[in-house]
Unconditional design. Structure first.
Length: 247
C-alpha cells in the first residue's frame, strides 16, 4: 500500500517531520511518501494561506495519480482543498482534522483541540461545525505560537502546547485532546506523558484510517459531487488543467 502524505506548505523540515511520524505509525508493508508543493506559503495560518495552498495540494494529488498512490493524506489542520482533491482520484483522501475528530470521538464523548494561533482556532471551529463534531468539542484552544516556531523553536513550542493542554484538562471536562497542527505530528509521546490524557494527532490518525479504508477495498465515490471534474478549457496560468481527463 502506498500512501502519499501531502504537506500543503513549502517548509521542507516540516514535511520531513510529518513524513517521519506517518512512517512510524504505518503498518509493515505500507509505503509512506511525504511531499510538498513546489510553490505556496511557508506556513498556513489563514484562509488566504489555505486558498493558495489548495492548488499545490491538487498538483500533488495529480502527481500521486501518475505514481499509482493508493491513498492521500492532507497534512494541514485546515484540510485545504480536501473535497477538490477527492474529485481528482478514486483513492481515499483524508484530511488530518477530519481524521483526528473522528478518532477522538471514538475514544471520548468530549474533547478539546489545542492549535497554534487564535485565528486558526476560529478556522478549526468552522471545521468542527462543517464536519458535525461541534457537539463533541468542548473548546478550541490556541497555544499562541506561529506554526514555524514548531521547527524554529521546538522546546518553547512544546512547553506552550503542554501548558495549554494542561489547562484544557483542568477546565474543559474532557476525555481527550486533539492536536491542531500537522507540525505537531512528532510531539504526541511527550505531550501524552506530560498531560495524562489520550492525545489524538491527525497525521498518524489519518494514516491508520487510510490503511483501514484501503484494506476494506473502498475509495472515493465517483457518484454525485465527488465525480471527476468535467473537462473544460482553463485560461492563463491554469491552462494546464484544460480538458483534464482522469477516469
Amino acid at each position: 500500500m502506498h500512501i502519499r502524505v501531502i504537506n500543503p506548505n513549502t517548509t521542507r523540515a516540516m514535511t520531513e517531520t510529518i513524513g517521519s511520524a506517518a512512517t512510524a505509525a504505518a503498518a509493515p508493508g505500507t509505503l509512506i511518501t511525504a511531499s510538498q508543493p513546489s510553490c505556496g506559503p511557508v506556513s498556513i495560518e489563514s484562509h488566504f494561506d489555505e486558498a493558495v495552498s489548495a492548488v499545490g495540494v491538487l498538483e500533488e494529488v495529480l502527481a500521486g495519480e501518475r505514481e499509482g498512490a493508493d491513498a492521500y493524506i492532507i497534512a494541514c489542520f485546515g484540510d485545504p482543498g480536501l473535497n477538490a482533491a477527492r474529485e481528482l482520484t478514486r483513492a481515499p483522501v483524508i484530511g488530518i482534522a477530519e481524521a483526528a475528530f473522528h478518532v477522538a470521538s471514538l475514544i471520548s464523548t468530549r474533547f478539546s483541540v489545542v492549535t497554534t494561533l487564535p485565528r486558526t482556532a476560529i478556522i478549526a471551529e468552522h471545521l468542527l461545525d462543517s464536519y458535525g463534531f461541534s457537539h463533541s468539542c468542548r473548546k478550541v484552544r490556541a497555544a499562541d505560537i506561529p506554526v514555524l516556531e514548531l521547527e524554529d523553536n521546538p522546546d518553547l513550542a512544546l512547553q506552550l502546547i503542554i501548558e495549554e493542554c494542561l489547562r484544557a484538562k483542568r477546565e474543559d471536562n474532557i476525555g481527550a485532546i486533539v492536536l491542531g497542527c500537522g507540525g505537531m505530528a512528532d510531539l504526541t509521546p511527550q505531550i501524552t506523558e506530560a498531560v495524562g490524557l489520550p492525545i489524538v494527532e491527525g497525521v498518524t490518525a489519518a494514516v491508520k484510517l487510510a490503511e483501514a479504508v484501503v484494506g476494506l477495498g473502498l475509495g472515493t465515490s465517483k457518484f454525485g459531487d465527488l465525480a471527476f471534474p468535467r473537462p473544460k478549457p482553463f485560461s492563463g496560468s491554469f491552462a494546464r488543467y484544460s480538458n483534464l481527463t482522469l477516469d
